[in-house]
Design a protein around this ligand. Sequence first.
Ligand code: UDX
Length: 435
Amino acid sequence: MNISVIGCGYLGAVHAACMAEIGHTVVGVDVDEEKVGLLSAGQAPFHEPDFEELLARNVDAGRLRFTTDFAEVADSQVHFIGVGTPEAADGSADMTYMTSAVQSLLPHLGKAERPSIVVGKSTVPVGTADSIEDAVVEAGGILIWNPEFLRESFAVQDTLRPDRLVYGVSKDEERAQVSQDILDEVYANIIGAGVVRLVMDFPTAELVKVSANSFLATKISFINAMAEICDATGADVTKLAEAIGMDDRIGKKFLRAGIGYGGGCLPKDTRAFQARTEQLGLHSLDFLTAINEINDRRRNHAAELAIEALGGDVAGKKIAILGAAFKPNSDDMRNSPALDIAKKLADAGATVVVTDPAAGPVLQRKRPEITVAADAHDAINNSEVTLLLTEWDVFKNLDPTTLAPANKIIIDGRNALDPQVWKDAGWDYYGMGRS
Ligand code: UDX
């Protein structure tokens, strides 16, 4: 099938490569010439396990190409929209890219032999699909909403074998059936492997995505609230999480206490969901204010611990930060808790040195004012305090006896280390909710 993917960021680029991998002929469209140039050469613009091989293989096979020219989508029967919906100043979703993608697409619809479908994948405020549908239909297409749930660092796996596929379909029964049949054909390989497909209306599909992200953020802030209480009472949040997680109704995933969530999705999507709900005159999501506040407090707490560990004054003191990405196996630093904490310490006067296996080189290029060390040994050398803020394996596997800091003080922002191993090596160990 001929497919176009509009927007070649994280979501779109991975989706385009995965669609080519399952046998389709795919064109990815983006306004960013540099990104299109890299992707066309089979080079990943971001660090994502398995992605570059998949990309290069499919570009080489001639099934996948990228362009800045919208006219090249005209042959496609299926148009995925995967543009970003960043956070506007008031916390709501900025729909500029979505609006412009739809406007650019409309003149090219209705030219394929069979009806063409427009598949919304971006995370949008509830009501978006309803507001776009008429324009798509008038232009000769059919709209279907198919939210994406991929996690960075598992993006390829999550696209090729998602937990479920969600289809939000039109109220018009014929359009609903046609769009569903075409999307089933696109995903035949995935559905054939046993992935469940759930069909619902537009608003429900839109809400599935934002409610899933809000639930995950809530789960993380819940365990971080428990970490605060554990710190005050001498309890251990890692043991607490293990014990409550054994109850199937709670589940053990996403109960890792630490410095909280960051990245391009959870922080912005929870705020946008809350903003949209308030526009609807509802206070149903007021609790998300508390969820965000708990998350912000974790970052302050980690920075304050470092300052306290140095007797309240960090001016001119070297502080080693292990991690810059918002999570391991990624070089994405959007809303990164690690960088936020690094900035708080730099603002307090510390000489901050950051290291990160994938994000480090990107940071050095984009933010030359930040000192980036080649590796953890380099960063920790002569440092007064060390903070582990992104739980890369290379940091988790450090042997504390081989390091040469000025002070043996480690703040484990992700509860990723074995406290006993570090204590045995003479370090003062501070965890999150398990000191
Ligand atoms: C998230 C959703 O998981 C995904 O379904 C959605 O499509 C996009 O947003 P992602 O942003 O890639 O994915 O990251 P995720 O793995 O969810 O982690 C988000 C943040 O939470 C990270 O900063 C991570 O370190 C933090 N986190 C996660 C915790 O602090 N504790 C946990 O237990 C889990």
